[in-house]
Each structure stands twice: as C-alpha cells, then as structure tokens.
Ligand binder design. Sequence first.
Ligand SMILES: [Zn+2]
Length: 102
Amino acid sequence: MAWLANHHICYRCEEHWVDEWSCQCDDECPYCGARNSSPVESEDLSGFIDRDGLDYVVYVSPGTAEHDPDYEEIGRYPSERIAKMIMTRRLKWEWRKAFGSP
Ligand SMILES: [Zn+2]
C-alpha cells in the first residue's frame, strides 16, 4: 500500500495539520472539528533511503501495510544512485502487487 502524508488546511479555521495514512482520505480538523477536510497535498512516504555508515539502506512499505507503514529493509547498497534505482523498482512492484497491473 502506498504510504502517504496528507497535508490538510482547514476550510473553517485555516489551521494546518499532517495526517499519515495509506490512502488520500478526508480527515476531521483536530482544532475545530470541521469534518471532511480533503488533503491539499500528499507526500509519498512509501519508501525512503537511510545512511548507515558507508551503506545506503533502502526501506519500503510493503503492499500489505494498512495501519502503519511497517517498513521492510530491502537491502544495503554502496551508492545512493543504486539505492534509488532499487527503491523505485521495488515501489512499482509493491504497487502492482497491491493494485494489479496497470
Ligand atoms: Zn479547523
């Protein structure tokens, strides 16, 4: 499942908050309780790269994750370029597994 950080700006009180979830859901304003606020922007957090010593470690949220990202370590690579390639490929694969072929 894609893991997203949804940014909301309340249509009533104009407060901003971030909601992390596995879909682009509507949310309730934590400040004034206004309902059905739609995200104004979504960041994809389905995968990220972390440094560990000399290694670049790729983490990806698996297609089965629902209520938290449940990141899995995919592998460790000597260069950031390779790590990014692996992450992109893995995310496409997880996406296909979760939603079927495009
Ligand atoms: Zn509000």
